[in-house]
Design a protein around this ligand. Sequence first.
Ligand code: NAD
Length: 299
Amino acid sequence: MATAEARLLLGAPIASEIRDSVRHDIEIFVARHGFAPSLGIVLVGRDAPSAVYLRQILRACEAAGIGGRLVEIEGDDADGSAVEPRVTAAIRELNDDPEVAGIIVQMPLPPTVRLRAVIDTIDPAKDIDGIHPLNAGLLRLGFEGFLPATAHAAIEILNRYQVQLAGREAVVVGRSNVVGMPAAFMLVRNDATVTVCHSKTRELAGHVARAEILVVAAGRPGLITGDMLRPGVVVVDVGINVVAGGLVGDVDFESARQVAAAITPVPGGVGPVTNAILLTHLVRAANAQASQRAPEENR
Ligand code: NAD
């Protein structure tokens, strides 16, 4: 008997719906406050994949009526010691700019720049990618804060396609602070039973085989193959890997789609939703900052 192929969990329709509502929210914001909020982006060093990602974000901002402030910092001093102070100074300037509602710092940072120094400097109210320790802590405790956009996008796709999470076995492959761990915390909050696998996990296949929901964010093309999957699993492939044939995820798509009930393609799955979600975080930040300022403006 031929097996049915998995349903495709496409990101584009979700992203376009989100972007439409962001455009509408920004129109209301501009009418109310007389200026368009901006996204501040700090780019450290030159790194091709993140430049592509940045251009996409800036285009999405422009289309939604959001301003863009790109600060580019050379990442290649002789000893690198001058780079970190330049990065933190750039962030502070964006923190102090009332028109900048959200700030993202392009990762990875060069080795001479301490991640902790950077994340501590971002104003948590403008930390729309949820990397400041306050927002990470709020997520951990189950309070409202800014969620890391990629992890938020992975869960948003599951919710929008009405995938039941409560009570189900979820396996997350990857434990990074930006994707794996926040996705795991969000799945727990949605009442899934969650296993987190990582590079030191023994018998990855044994864990993956139990998953009814599988979120993969390892950055290893072909790490997960169809023969590892439980029939009927829902797969969210967060991985983005540049290979000779183009972009692929961490899941071997062709073999996985024969076994899974549903799967996100790469490209075209989590990526577009991540960018759109980031804009919703910016709108939320802009409105929160405007209402904080309002009492003073009205005096
Ligand atoms: P990372 O390198 O910080 O973390 C990778 C994680 O995978 C680590 O926790 C590591 O322990 C785990 N891992 C590595 N090899 C493994 C193995 N063989 N078995 C089990 N676990 C293994 O990466 P990240 O920033 O979390 O990103 C993960 C992937 O998601 C990358 O491909 C990245 O390009 C992609 N990404 C996509 C988006 C998007 O919008 N779709 C956004 C950010 C990152």
